[in-house]
Design a protein around this ligand. Structure first.
Ligand code: SF4
Ligand code: SF4
Length: 270
C-alpha cells in the first residue's frame, strides 16, 4: 500500500462516518462537528522524536514511536478542524460558555478518537500493524510542578508534537497547533504503523513560525493565562476550566481558538 492509498483509506473512514453531528439542545438542531482532516506523515526514525525526551521539550516520560510499536516505520498525525457551524456560534457567543463549544468540542474529540480506532482496524485488515497511543494503556500524563509555581505536563505521547513532526503546523503562543486550517480543531488521533511511507515535507523550520504574535488570543483569554512573553500558562488555564466546571457543570472555554487570526487559517501564510 502506498501513501495515496493509505490517505484514501483514512479519508474513506471519515467520509463514511455516521456520527459527525452533535445536537444543540437550546437551538434544538443537529450540526456537523468536524471537517475532513489534514493528514501528515513522519518517519518513525526521525531524530525529532528523540528530541522530545529532553526535559525542556516534553521530558523523559515521552515514548518514541518504536517504544510504542516494535518495528514502527511511520507516524500518521491528524488535524480535524471544527466546522463553521460550531466555530461561528462559538465566535459570536457572549458569556463564559456556549452550547456549540460545550457539546461540539467533546463530541469532536471523541469522534476523532473513535475514527482513529476504525482507521487502525482498516489498516490491520490490510496486514499493517498499528498502535494508537491515545487509547493505549501505557498512555499517561504526568504533571510536573515548576520552580516558579507553573505546571508542566509531561505526556508519554503528544498528538501536537507528532503533528509538528509530521508537517501539519507549528505552535502558537496559545500552545495549540496552527495548521493551514488554523487552530480551531482537534488532534485527538494518532497512528503509528509498521509500513514505511514517504514523510510529509515540512514547510517550516521554526517551532512558532505560523504564529504572528498578534496577541489577540491573549486579549480574548478571560483568565489572563496567555501572555506574549510566557505563552499559555497551563496552570491558569486549567484552574479556569475547573471554575467553569464547578459553576456551569462543564462547557470548556476555548476563547483563544475562535475570533482570532489563526482560527481557521495560517495567518503567517498571507
Ligand atoms: S491569536 Fe495571534 S498570537 Fe495568538 S496564537 Fe494566533 S496568531 Fe499567535
Ligand atoms: S482555553 Fe480559555 S482560559 Fe485557557 S488559554 Fe484559552 S482562552 Fe485562556
Amino acid at each position: 500500500m502506498n501513501r495515496e492509498e493509505v490517505i484514501s483509506l483514512l479519508l474513506d473512514v471519515f467520509r463514511s462516518s455516521l456520527d459527525n453531528t452533535v445536537h444543540l439542545p437550546e437551538e434544538n438542531i443537529d450540526v456537523p462537528v468536524l471537517e475532513e482532516p489534514l493528514i501528515g506523515f513522519a518517519a518513525a526514525a526521525d531524530p525529532i522524536f528523540r528530541e522530545f525526551k529532553k526535559p525542556e521539550v516534553i521530558g523523559p516520560e515521552w515514548m518514541a514511536p518504536e517504544e510504542w510499536l516494535e518495528g514502527a516505520k511511520t507516524v500518521i498525525a491528524f488535524f480535524f478542524p471544527y466546522t463553521e457551524e460550531i466555530r461561528s456560534r462559538a465566535r459570536i457567543a457572549e458569556g463564559p460558555i456556549n452550547e456549540a463549544w460545550k457539546y461540539g468540542y467533546p463530541a469532536g474529540s471523541a469522534l476523532a478518537r473513535k475514527l482513529s480506532l476504525e482507521m487502525a482496524e482498516k489498516l490491520e485488515q490490510a496486514g499493517i500493524r498499528v498502535c494508537t497511543p491515545l487509547t493505549d494503556p501505557r498512555m499517561q500524563v504526568k504533571p510536573v510542578p515548576l520552580e516558579d509555581g507553573e505546571l508542566h505536563y509531561m505526556p508519554s505521547w503528544s498528538t501536537r508534537h507528532a503533528g509538528f513532526a509530521a508537517g501539519l503546523g507549528t505552535f502558537g503562543i496559545h500552545r495549540h497547533m496552527i495548521t493551514e486550517k488554523g487552530s480551531c480543531g482537534t488532534m485527538a488521533a494518532s497512528l503509528i504503523i509498521d509500513l514505511e511511507l514517504e514523510p510529509t515535507e515540512l514547510q517550516y523550520t521554526g517551532i512558532y513560525e505560523h504564529c504572528i504574535r498578534c496577541g489577540v488570543c491573549a486579549k480574548r483569554c478571560p483568565s489572563g493565562a496567555i501572555t506574549l512573553e510566557r505563552m499559555r500558562s497551563v496552570k491558569k488555564c486549567g484552574e479556569y476550566a475547573g471554575y467553569l466546571r464547578e459553576t456551569y457543570g462543564g462547557g470548556g472555554c476555548g476563547k483563544c481558538l475562535v475570533a482570532v487570526p489563526c482560527e481557521h487559517r495560517n495567518p503567517a501564510a498571507l
